[in-house]
Ligand binder design. Structure first.
Ligand code: MN
Length: 639
């Protein structure tokens, strides 16, 4: 198609060129004809003028002859003398100029006439000279000269007419040539125009075809590319899906591996630590060298246990399985507890610890246990990576309403830019691996994950040679409060039978003093209830075993043994198995609640505590244990 159309276009161009050539040949011919004709025209005029000049000269000669004949004055003969020598020459020249046959004939006939006229003039002059005026007048009166002149006039007139005829023919020829030329120009131009139009049409058709071909090819390419992209996307999707599946499986496998490994590692570690302690306190006592060795074994063992626990903790947080229990936490209390825990560490290095004073309690919305863990980590780092006799200053500020910022400033060596960039990466100890301080490099990474889980931010500002400020920001919170109308009358009237004051012991295991105070305040409204409390599960279990309370209120997030573990221990002990245990937790997700109920909690109450629900649950629990020793009824449904 393309080839054909190219050939056609070429043919159209060739035709146009040929037509132009065809136009130029006749044009050139016609132009030369016109040029020739115009030359001939000019020539004809010249010839006629010559003829007229000849006649004038002859008339002048005759006039001179007459004048001389009348007067006998010689000067009258001047025109004759001038003409007589020239006329035949002029005639010859005229003959050479004339081309038309008819005119040539007229000229040929004119020559003897002119000769005769000149001879007659000469005769009259001769007669005047010899015979005087009378003889000359008689010769003139004969009329020969006049007849001759008339004949010459006629001949010249005929000659001019012949030349005029030639001129007319010439003009007609020129007009014909011009007409023909015009016809040729017009027709050839039309032909060229048509050829050009045809060429343009062909070109347009060809360009359209080319365009169509291009569009077709481009479309095909695009479609192919799209198909390829689709295939790639499908492949990538499949790849992603399988990668995700593999990642999920790997994550599950990692969690399984970590939990089984931690169990596998802890079992022999328990034996190591246990027997090392036995050796340390055995009788007879070990020698000094043995005691040092056992001390080393214990030190390494405890460190290893801490390491395993930290790794397991980080894995649990990273896998997203850690449930954070956010509740109002009093900063002052937590900082006080932390201060007690790090005081010894600071004293050992002569480091002065400064803590802020809280005139009124400030609360943050946080997981108390985890917040304490983070603060301990920051404080312990600030002491560890400080100079002997340095300072650690804890401060609290509110960058904007609703937010609290805790900062821990040290007087250590400070951190460089690259160190700051790697600070919160797990297992990265920033070149402290070979330093004197023990550590895993997990603490800050874990702190960051925990702070973020609590909706906060953690960061650091540091100046080399001056020290670092580690800070964290958390949402501020109001003091823990009760939800619901505190109808004193309703609260004062228990649903069950009236009991003696202090008859019912209720044990509350809760690590958050603020919550403990709240529950205490609630229970004070029931005179029959005597409240016992424990800040952690170990003490709580001991109290439960020895005092056998009627009901146990249990927080889930507890330091050391969790509420769930504590419940299991209570259930396994026949002395405490019958005691209804109410969970009171900030872990309020549906799966937290169902897991709690499955584990065997009597009721699962969420924080903030709703007074009515709390009182109802407490009354039901007291009913159940109205008769001590009775078997626990099947676990009722959720609240
Ligand atoms: Mn707690």
């Amino acid at each position: 198609m393309l080839l054909k159309s190219t050939a056609a276009t070429f043919a159209a161009c060739a035709a146009a060129c040929l037509l132009a050539l065809l136009l130029s040949v006749p044009s050139f011919w016609a132009f030369s004809r016109i040029q020739e004709a115009s030359h001939a025209r000019k020539h004809t005029f010249e010839v006629i003028l010559h003829g007229e000049a000849l006649l004038t000269a002859l008339i002048d000669a005759e006039t001179g002859e007459r004048g001389y004949a009348l007067t006998g004055d010689e000067p009258f003969l001047e025109p004759y003398i001038a003409v007589s020598g020239e006329v035949s020459e002029q005639l010859k020249a005229l003959q050479g100029l004339v081309q038309a046959k008819e005119a040539q004939g007229q000229l040929a006939a004119l020559v003897p006439l002119v000769d005769a006229k000149l001879a007659e003039i000469a005769r009259v002059i001769q007669l005047r000279r010899s015979g005087g005026l009378g003889a000359a007048r008689a010769a003139v009166a004969e009329g020969t000269g006049k007849h001759q002149m008339d004949a010459i006039r006629d001949r010249l007139r005929a000659f001019a007419a012949a030349e005029q005829a030639v001129l007319s023919r010439n003009d007609a020829a020129i007009q014909g040539y011009m007409r023909n030329l015009l016809t040729v120009i017009v027709s050839v131009s039309v032909a060229i125009l048509l050829a050009a139009l045809f060429g343009v049409y062909l070109l347009q058709r060809r360009s359209q075809q080319l365009l169509r071909d291009l569009v077709h090819a481009e479309t095909r390419h695009l479609l192919e590319a799209q198909e390829r992209t689709n295939e790639d996307l499908t492949r990538a999707n499949t790849g992603l899906e399988s990668a995700m599946l593999i990642a999920q499986q790997a994550n599950l496998a990692k969690s399984d591996f970590l939990s089984s490994m931690s169990h596998e590692l802890r079992t022999p570690l328990n034996a190591i630590l246990g027997f090392a302690q036995l050796l340390e306190s055995s009788a007879p006592p070990p020698t000094e060298a043995q005691r040092v060795s056992v001390g080393r074994i214990l030190e390494a063992g405890w460190y290893l246990l801490k390491l395993i626990n930290e790794i397991l903790d980080l894995a649990v947080i990273e896998s997203g399985r850690l449930s954070i229990s956010k509740e109002p936490v009093a900063l002052g209390e937590v900082l006080q507890e932390c201060r007690t825990l790090v005081a010894h560490q600071g004293q050992a290095r002569g480091i002065q610890l400064t803590f802020p004073a809280f005139p009124a309690p400030l609360y943050v919305h946080a997981d108390r246990l985890r917040l304490k863990q983070i603060l301990l980590n920051l404080l312990s780092n600030a002491i560890k990576y400080n100079q002997n006799g340095g300072q650690v200053e804890v401060a609290c500020a509110s960058p904007f309403p609703g937010r609290l910022r805790l900062s821990v400033r040290d007087t250590g060596p400070g951190l460089s830019g690259p160190q700051l960039a790697q600070l919160f990466q797990p297992f990265n100890r920033l070149g402290q691996e070979h330093g004197p301080e023990q550590g895993t490099g997990i603490g800050l990474a874990m702190s960051k994950l925990l702070v973020e889980l609590m909706g906060g931010v953690i960061g650091v500002d540091s100046t080399l040679g001056e020290g670092s400020v580690f800070w964290l920001e958390l949402n501020a919170s109001a003091a823990p409060a009760l939800v619901g109308t505190a109808d004193a009358a309703a609260l004062a009237l228990p649903a069950g039978p009236v009991r003696a004051p202090g008859e019912c012991k209720v044990l509350c295991i809760e690590d958050n003093p603020a919550n403990l105070a709240l529950i205490e305040q609630l229970l004070r409204r029931r005179p029959e209830v005597r409240m016992l409390s424990a800040g952690e599960a170990g003490l709580g279990l001991q109290l439960a075993r020895t005092l056998l309370p009627r009901v146990i209120l249990m927080d889930i997030n507890l330091p050391g043994i969790s509420g769930l573990q504590a419940l299991r221990i209570l259930r396994e002990d026949s002395a405490t198995a019958h005691i209804p245990v109410l969970a009171i937790s900030a872990n309020a997700m549906p799966n937290d609640i169902s897991r709690g109920l499955e584990a065997g909690f009597f009721r699962y109450l969420t924080k903030p505590i709703q007074i009515r629900l709390f009182m109802e649950a407490l009354d039901e629990a007291l009913e159940v244990t109205a008769a001590p020793g009775e078997a626990l009824p099947p676990v009722p449904g959720s609240v």
